[in-house]
Structure formats: C-alpha cells, structure tokens
Design a protein around this ligand. Sequence first.
Ligand code: ATR
Length: 282
Amino acid sequence: MSQVDRLLLAGVIGWPIMHSRSPMLHNHWFEKNNLVGRYIPLAIEPKNLEGALRGLHPLGFSGVNVTIPHKQAVIPHLDEVSIAAQKIGAVSCIHARPDGALIGSNNDAHGFIRNVKVSFPHWRADAGPITVIGAGGGSRAVCYGLLEEGAKEIRLVNRTLDKAQAIAADLGAGIKPIAWSERHEALGAAQMVVNTTSLGMVGQGALDLNLHDLSSEALVSDIVYVPLETELLKAARLRGNPTLNGLGMLLHQGPLAWKVWFGIEPLVTQELRALLEKSITG
Ligand code: ATR
C-alpha cells in the first residue's frame, strides 16, 4: 500500500442505513481512482445528529451524503446551505471544509436532470407539459431541477393537495397543483411523467395510473430503483413509451459530491451501473 498520512473519508448518514447502495458506488470510485479511502454507512439516531455532524471534521471526514430521516433536520446545524438546498428544503450532501465549516447542498435535482440528459440527449424540459406524481422531498428536488432546466408547466399531482400547493408557493407559477382524482387526465399532452411517490417500490403498493391519455412518445420516469422496473415503467414500456428508472439519479449525484469532497469528478460508467444493477436484482 502506498504511504499516505490519512484515509480519504466520506459516508452517508441515515437511520436506518444498511440498505443504502451508496457505499458500493463511492467505494468503487476510490478503487478506480487508485485512492486510499473509504465511504462508510453511518447509522445515526436522530438524537445523535448534532454530535455526529460536529464530529465529521475532527474525525477526518471530507463530508457525507444525507438520507432519510435527516435531510431537513441537518439544516439548523450547518454553517451554510446552498440556494438549491434552501429552495428544495432539504440537504443531500454536506462538505466538512478544512476550516471545520459544514456546508450543505442538494445534488438530487442535478442527479435527476443529468440522468435524463445522458439517457435522452435530445430531451428538452421546455418541449411541453410535464406531469410529476407526488409532492414529498424527492418531488421538490425533481420540480426544482425541471424548472431550472426551463420547464414551463409542471402538473403536480398529489394525494394530499396541500403539499403540491406548498411546492407551487415555494417554487413558482410553473407548478400547477392537481388533485389525486385527476391524475389520469393530467397525462394528456404531457411530454414526460415522473413518479416521485414511494408507490412501486419493493414492499409498497403499485401506483394506480391509467396511461390511456398519455402520448406513446412521452418519457416515463420513476425515481424508484428497487425494483429497477416498477409496474409503472413496465406498463409504459409495453405500450412503447421510452422509460427511465431512478438508479441513474443516484449515480449522477455522486460526481458533484466528490468534486467538493476530494476535488475530482469520477465517471459514471457502464461497469458501475451494471455493478449496482446486479446488487439490486441479486
Ligand atoms: P420522499 O422524501 O422520498 O419524497 P415523502 O416525503 O414521504 O418521501 O413523500 C412520499 C410521497 O409519496 C408523497 O407525495 C406521498 O403522498 P402524500 O403527500 O399524500 O402523503 C406519496 N404517497 C405515499 N404513499 C402513497 C399512497 N398510498 N397513495 C398516494 N400517494 C402516496
């Protein structure tokens, strides 16, 4: 082993955390970049959150990703929070700077948009209405990313209409809140549909969405990646729509984190994607 004065360290904080695919992703990058480092799943109970955050710099961590249930709870403990993270209302990445300051950002929106653009290079956010299903944390990042990319109309469908209205109030007039009962009709003339609810994920029910009114050219996307093909994506594929699962969103938010933690942008390769797909399909 080469002589180094310390390991490069990063991780992901959540509770629970051992199901996370992030360690596989980031440790692959240490190996491919010939770096002596580790990315560690950190099971942090909510009551220990502040202490854990304050320990990051002294322990030598360059930073962490943040997942459920800490994405909002970390905000009061940070020294700076990026504009995107403020608008989205959640932090997905923390940089523990060499001076000890903790800087929060949100790379989920970037990961979502980059995944779409890499997979469909001719896709344009302003090509027509986009229907987004769900109004939780994932939805806020997706809506923010789509608006930044130039989307003119986002039809935001949610079971709890208040939450869609709150996103419209925070992110602007491009967001049109729509009641859950209108979700099937909200697909008419849409160029893209994004499921951001937990429906379709392993252990959850399926998303009840009738694709009858959807153009067969519309891109159907899910931020769920376990399973890789949700019932929604399967139904869309069978009627000829282009589809995109949520794995790429996870993969493509990683290089931005590495840029601030370690000063390099690792590559999202086919080999890496296949490694994660294999871990999901078993
Ligand atoms: P995340 O941060 O991963 O987006 P979340 O904030 O808990 O998770 O949001 C989950 C989303 O899935 C919400 O839009 C939720 O709808 P509500 O706002 O009405 O709760 C949606 N969701 C979860 N279970 C649902 C169900 N059975 N039917 C419809 N929507 C559901």
